[in-house]
Design a protein around this ligand. Structure first.
Ligand code: K1U
Ligand code: ZN
Length: 175
């Protein structure tokens, strides 16, 4: 098992659209285990392969308090969605920033499991929100893309200031 490096906004690699998984093999199962370990260590409730610079369509999530209910979705597709819900979100690729995003309240997701078999799962609450957030990552989309221009500008200024304090020569690109 290994803890993987999580890419941080505005790294352009976070904008890559992930490719479908063609074969579910031991290498992919090892990546899922490493992603779960990385997510638990962060700590977080979800992680998309894109965030660890692997551009294949797989995400992991665990919204349980005891961190004992891991979910792995390979090639996830939302096939049905109902209602809307506004919830405060965070992102391990935008550390320290939280904002309210409106998403579907209930979704039916079709995916492959670690055994390579297809399954469908109905999700609501935090898990539904988390899986939608992670599928966005697989499409190169970040939760800051849902913000108003003003809020994104404020975030950009904050990141610029933090970067200047950490590494005086850095500049923020591609925001
Ligand atoms: O994808 C990610 O960057 C992970 C992200 C998932 C997420 C959180 C909230 C709403 C939607 C999606 C996180 O896990 S941010 C950290 C977080 O939410 C958390 C951390 C510790 C305890 C509980 C939650
Ligand atoms: Zn995220």
């Amino acid at each position: 098992m290994a803890i993987l490096k999580i890419l941080e906004y505005p790294d352009p690699r976070l904008r890559t659209k992930a490719e479908p998984v063609l074969v579910v093999d031991d290498e992919l199962r090892q990546l899922a285990a490493d992603m779960l370990e990385t997510m638990y260590a962060a700590p977080g409730i979800g992680l998309a392969a894109t965030q660890v610079n692997v551009h294949r369509r797989m995400l992991v999530a665990d919204v349980s308090e005891k961190q004992d209910t891991p979910h792995v979705f390979i090639n996830p597709v939302i096939v049905e969605r109902l209602g809307t819900e506004a919830m405060e979100e965070g992102c391990l690729s935008v550390p320290g920033f939280y904002e309210t995003v409106t998403r579907a309240e209930w979704v039916r997701v079709r995916a492959l499991g670690l055994d390579g078999e297809p399954f469908e799962q109905e999700l609501d609450g935090l898990l539904a929100v988390c899986v939608q957030h992670e599928i966005d990552h697989l499409d190169g989309k970040l939760f800051v893309d849902y913000l108003s221009d003003l809020k994104r500008q404020r975030l950009r200024k904050r990141i610029e200031k933090e970067r200047r304090q950490k590494e005086p020569d850095s500049a923020v690109r591609a925001l």
